[in-house]
Design a protein. Sequence first.
Length: 194
Amino acid sequence: MAAGNQGITLDEAQMKVVKTVSDYFNGLTSLKGSFVQTTSDQKKMKGKFSLLRPGKFRFDYALPSKQIIISDGEYLAIQDLDLRNEDRVALDQTPFRLLLRKDVDLARDAKIMEVQQAEDLVVVALQDKSPDTPGRIKVFLSTKPSIELKEWVTTDAQGIETRVEIAGVARDGKVDSEAFKIQGVNNNPLQLPH
């Protein structure tokens, strides 16, 4: 069996890192801040994001993009308000399911593809064990002064990578649960990041 399908065998130190990352996501109620997204062709877009566990998140892209990505816990919708179109997939068919489910246990649910630990950074690359969930996600968390999500890179089924770096992060603050309702693109008011 190729390692690409199995993931790597973890030693004790790596298991500890994976558990630390699982514990971080389990301990998270909400998160909000700003983001910069870099696509594989080096195009950058930025905006504001908010996340509410389990399973809900929203990315509002700054102009000139009129794109919103919303997950209501069940579906993930990518909406383009300029083109008035929407792609919708089940959240369970995305790698985000692993990190945003009610009980995060990456050692149980994910194929661990890579674990790195530096002085102030841990990196874990994951693939869902389910064959119905293509793609991978690699998460980068700083460990000082406390553990905090810094960025992630998703790789889709075609091997195309998208990097998202986050900043100005506020944890466990008030997040409006109404913001995670997926509305049709024709009646979704464009919320511009301030």
